[in-house]
Design a protein around this ligand. Structure first.
Ligand SMILES: C[S@@+](CC[C@H](N)C(=O)[O-])C[C@H]1O[C@@H](n2cnc3c(N)ncnc32)[C@H](O)[C@@H]1O
Length: 195
């Protein structure tokens, strides 16, 4: 959320692309953005709508991603937030171009990527690999250099170095800081701007 507040004005239109059950969409709405959730899964959107109705967040619209919606939403968002989605995409370049098309010129992308350098990711994959199906379906697990190159190729200029987060150390309050290290955090969050 700190990145959204830093790069995007309050009241701006943000789409949470691959919103899942809408956890981040609701946080964005609470921060004063005009937030919309979008996903390719009707089941996820149903869950997002149910939770949002129960929570005291102002109206959020949740949308199924279709070709028709992509066309209609072309160039209409000030910011795209995309958390824990691109790693599952069979074609990361096409995925980033699609996101680019949703943004106004100069629009902001806040993207999380699966961090290849994370030793915790490697250990967890080795230790729990067969019981954690998401490891098997992650196609893009990137170093920061690979992420940078993919963003540049899709027409984005980087605004920041990545902020790393999420690992087993989050369970222990005194050790949470370890997740912010490049060699530990399983995800990196990078901010970029559409050319
Ligand atoms: C791990 S969840 C992340 C949910 C949410 N962004 C978060 O961080 O809490 C991944 C979500 O991405 C969606 N998804 C997968 N492939 C997608 C694609 N190509 N375009 C948009 N959404 C996609 C899935 O349906 C799922 O809801």
């Amino acid at each position: 959320m700190a990145e959204a507040r830093r790069y995007v004005r309050s009241g701006a239109r943000i789409v949470d692309y691959g919103c899942g059950p809408g956890r981040i969409t609701r946080m964005l709405a609470r921060c004063g953005f005009v937030a919309q959730g979008a996903d390719i899964s009707e089941g996820m959107l149903d869950a997002a709508r149910r939770v949002s109705q129960r929570s005291a967040v102002s109206a959020i619209s949740y949308t199924l991603i279709t070709d028709a919606w992509l066309e209609q939403a072309h160039g209409s968002f000030d910011c795209v937030v995309c958390s824990s989605v691109i790693e599952f995409s069979p074609d990361a370049h096409e995925f980033l171009e699609r996101i680019n098309s949703l943004l106004v010129p100069g629009g902001i992308l806040l993207l999380s990527f699966a961090n290849r350098r994370s030793m915790w990711r490697r250990y967890a994959k080795f230790r729990y690999g067969t019981g954690e199906p998401h490891f098997a379906i992650q196609r893009n697990v990137w170093t920061v250099g690979q992420c940078r190159a993919a963003l540049a190729r899709a027409g984005f200029k980087l605004l920041s170095t990545p902020r790393y987060f999420e690992s087993v150390f989050d369970l222990e309050p005194g050790l949470r800081w370890l997740s912010s290290l490049q060699f530990i955090g399983t995800l990196g969050l990078i901010s970029a701007k559409k050319h």
